[in-house]
Design a protein around this ligand. Structure first.
Ligand code: GLN
Ligand code: ZN
Length: 790
């Protein structure tokens, strides 16, 4: 019979226990933090995860998926590969050392963080230099394995594989090819795998997710020798791939000396047939390797339960899909989650407030364990006939059928609008130069106009008022008055700074996606649907379950209230369709682009409502546009086309003289500049000043724009809001001058590089006063020069 397992579980705990324990440890001071309390929390989360797997009836108990901060960092610590700049001896790394590498400490910056493939999880980027040695590292993994083995057999540790660990890092200190470090790294993997074997482990899951990327040939070629070397010392290895199609590597994976391979059948269903065929007959060793060390018949683990989303699996459909292969592969077929379940919230049982019907369509990590086990049982005739399996399949079928027809999902008004969508809806009436002229006529902005990105400091009092209103501890009246007082404060302050285009400040928003998700039909928000974003930070993505419909304007009252307080233009503030999509759990019953267009249509109405209420500068934030890029470059053009179209659909319904802004939290979009330009926003603000290399970053971004001749208005951030540092007028003047060397003054805007919600008022007062003064000083020089020339 087939076997059931998952690739990993969430490690944050059902009530975010890990977050609270880790943060308490940090606040106690790294060294003096309460180590026993932290260790106890880790133990209890791991015990709960093992229990959940056992209760579900999985054949394998996955361990090694628990990490205090990040799986890449933990693997580095295990093989003694933490960056040398922290000066840590490999073997005696403490928890405090580990966290220091993750978060930095006095005089040492934290390791860089970047997105884990196309998820919203962020990992710490390994740093490899010519001095990188590797060595015996932490023993945490072995302790966790022992902990699990004490409860019974069939413990399957999971480990990030050596080729991926190297590939996902960066080269420093003059190293030119980190692949050269592989032999040294393999020695450590041999040690680790040998020790696991000595502990009594029979299978190890070794993750090599980079196989789903556009992998350069030398990296692909590294797999065969690496795994040939590891197979000697190791227990049976299950080489796990996920997040994409790896069928191009099928011959390699069939020939690799590992016990089995895992493929993600949710992302790439056609892989199932490819790999089942490749594995059905068993494999043959390549020339020069001995038959005896070759696993003759490989295990094929198929990821059929979606580890990236929150929907119940259509059990009957997946069973049908699996049946033919179950016969051919027998107990060499393993049924699994597509990837680790760490990208799902923990347990649906905690969602007591969620709409009952919507809830009946969902499965979080704990529910997915049961699905994997059920699917495995359903492949066995005797098991499939049992009452509990039958009942579970029947209940599942009822939920699937309801989802296909529920009016909560299928909204005919939205579908008609979508069908009526024409190309002209994605095009402004006139080209940019015509619009710019019309906008200048009424906005009468000075040269180098100043503005901000939207949010102002979210003080404790603001957050407390919002929370109190939610728990009905603050009346609606008091809530409105508190928010309006904030708007008045923000407007007063902006007038005092002398800004040209003002904002209302976004005090009413807890989060730029959640705020809209709570008001749009077709979105649900959860109470406890937390997933790890990085370290101790968790996010609660909304769930898009149905056709997206705007029941009533979402932002007009706030923006119009602000506009009524001032003669200066107030900029309305929306989150764009791609970002709404990207930071939510999305429907799996229609393509992403269709959902994006539905959101765009709803936002288009919001834009129209703002415009007719007299808010005629409107910013549509798209910080997630770039991170939505697919893993494989071949898939980029199709994505960019629909992403750009969605933005244009929501922004193109306005008059020429209504000014559309957009904002992106990065400047590294050299590779997608044509698409950024194709958004055809009148003004774009971008981030350019991050890190101590402010000027360098800025220059790079400007140069990219210059080379491309970005055609519309642009505001490269001149104030790095990520730091508490208040830049001087002179610093910002320098940045403005640098920008002017590349962007014509007529199209240059002056603004911070992101929203100000994480700053305090004292910092904002200082920075924005300096920013306005800097803009005025440069403006005066420009006007003076023009006068002289005339
Ligand atoms: N308007 C948002 C703000 O100012 C933009 C945030 C973002 O780009 N991440 O907070
Ligand atoms: Zn931003």
């Amino acid at each position: 019979m087939a076997q059931a397992h998952v690739l990993g579980l969430p490690r944050i705990g059902a009530q975010r226990e890990l977050k609270f324990a880790v943060e308490a440890f940090w606040h106690g001071g790294m060294a003096s933090g309460d180590v026993p309390a932290l260790l106890a929390t880790g133990r209890s989360i791991r015990a709960a995860n093992r229990r959940a797997q056992r209760d579900a009836g999985l054949d394998w108990i996955t361990v090694g998926d628990f990490h205090w901060y990040d799986q890449v960092l933990s693997t580095l610590a295990l093989v003694g590969g933490l960056p040398e700049r922290f000066g840590l001896g490999a073997a005696d790394v403490t928890l405090a050392d580990y966290f220091a590498a993750a978060r930095g400490r006095a005089g040492q910056s934290a390791m860089e963080m970047t997105k884990w493939f196309d998820t919203n999880y962020h990992y710490l980027v390994p740093e490899y230099s010519p001095r990188t040695r590797f060595g015996e590292g932490t023993a945490w993994l072995f302790d966790e394995v022992a902990e699990a083995l004490a409860e019974g057999a069939n413990v399957k540790p999971v480990l990030l594989g050596p080729v991926s660990l190297l590939y996902l890092g960066k080269e420093t200190g003059g190293l030119t090819d980190r692949l050269l470090l592989l032999p040294r790294l393999l020695a450590q993997y041999e040690r680790v795998l040998g020790r696991l074997k000595a502990q009594g482990v029979t299978w190890v899951q070794i993750d090599e997710p980079i196989l789903a990327l556009d992998l350069p040939a030398p990296w692909r070629d590294a797999f065969m020798p690496a795994y040939a070397r590891l197979s000697g010392a190791a227990p049976s290895l299950l080489l796990a791939t996920y997040f994409g199609d790896v069928s191009e590597h099928a011959p390699l994976l069939a020939a690799l000396p590992v016990g089995g391979v895992h493929v993600d059948v949710v992302r790439a269903p056609s892989q199932l047939a490819t790999f089942a065929a490749a594995f059905a007959q068993g494999s043959r060793p390549p020339q020069g390797l001995q038959d005896t060390q070759w696993p003759q018949a490989k295990v094929l683990s198929v990821g059929v339960v979606d580890g990236r989303n929150v929907w119940r699996t259509d059990l009957a459909r997946v069973r049908e899909q699996l049946l033919p292969f179950a016969q051919a592969l027998g107990d060499r077929l393993w049924i699994a989650s597509s990837c680790s379940l760490m990208h799902c919230p923990v347990d649906l049982a905690h969602e007591v407030r969620l709409d009952k019907e919507v809830r009946s369509w969902l499965a979080f990590a704990v529910q997915k364990l049961a699905e994997v086990a059920l699917l495995r049982r359903s492949l066995d005739t005797v098991e499939f006939a049992r009452a509990d399996v039958r009942a579970a399949f029947a209940a599942n079928a009822t939920a699937q059928a309801a989802r296909r027809t529920s009016p909560r999902i299928h909204n005919t008004v939205v579908q008609k609008r979508l069908a009526a969508l024409q190309d002209e809806h994605a095009r402004r009436a006139s080209p940019y130069p015509v619009r710019a002229k019309a906008q200048r006529a009424w906005l009468k902005l000075p040269l180098l106009p100043t503005t901000t990105i939207g949010s102002f400091p979210q003080t404790g009092a603001i957050r407390e008022a919002r929370a109190a209103f939610r728990r009905h501890a603050l009346s609606h009246l008091d809530y409105l008055e508190t928010m309006r007082a904030q708007i008045r404060l923000a407007i007063e302050k902006q007038e005092a700074y002398g800004l040209d285009v003002l904002v209302h400040g976004e005090a009413e928003r807890s989060d730029m996606v959640e705020y809209f998700a709570e008001q749009l039909w077709g979105f649900a928000t959860t109470g406890h649907g937390w997933v790890q974003s990085y370290g101790s930070r968790c996010v609660r993505p909304p769930v898009i379950y149905g056709d997206v419909y705007l029941p009533e304007p979402m932002t007009v009252t706030w923006s119009a209230y602000a506009q009524a307080l001032t003669d200066k233009p107030v900029k309305g503030m929306l989150t764009g369709p791609v970002t709404m999509l990207q930071w939510s759990f999305v429907r799996d019953d229609q393509p992403r682009e269709r959902t994006a267009l539905q959101i765009a249509l709803a936002l288009r109405e919001e834009v129209a409502a703002l415009e007719s209420a007299g808010v005629r500068v409107i910013q549509i934030d798209e910080p997630a546009l770039r991170e939505g890029l697919p893993l494989r470059e071949n898939d980029w053009p199709a994505y960019l086309e629909w992403a750009v179209r969605a933005f244009r659909v929501c922004s193109s319904g306005v008059a020429d003289d209504t000014q559309i802004h957009t904002h992106m939290c990065y400047s590294a979009f050299h590779d997608i500049l044509p698409s950024i330009a194709a958004l055809d926003a009148d003004v774009i603000s971008i981030e350019t000043t991050r890190s101590d290399m402010a000027l360098l970053d800025a220059f790079e971004a400007f140069e990219a724009f210059e080379a491309f001749e970005y055609p519309n208005g642009i505001g490269p951030g001149v104030y790095d809001i990520h730091s508490p540092h208040v830049p001087s007028q002179a610093e910002m003047e320098r940045l403005i001058e640098a920008a002017l060397a590349r962007i014509p003054a007529q199209r240059l805007w002056i603004n911070p590089d992101c929203g100000l919600k994480t700053r305090d008022w004292a910092q904002v007062d200082g920075a924005l006063t300096h920013m306005v003064a800097a803009a005025r000083a440069v403006r005066a020089r420009l006007v003076g020069a023009q006068a002289q020339a005339a």
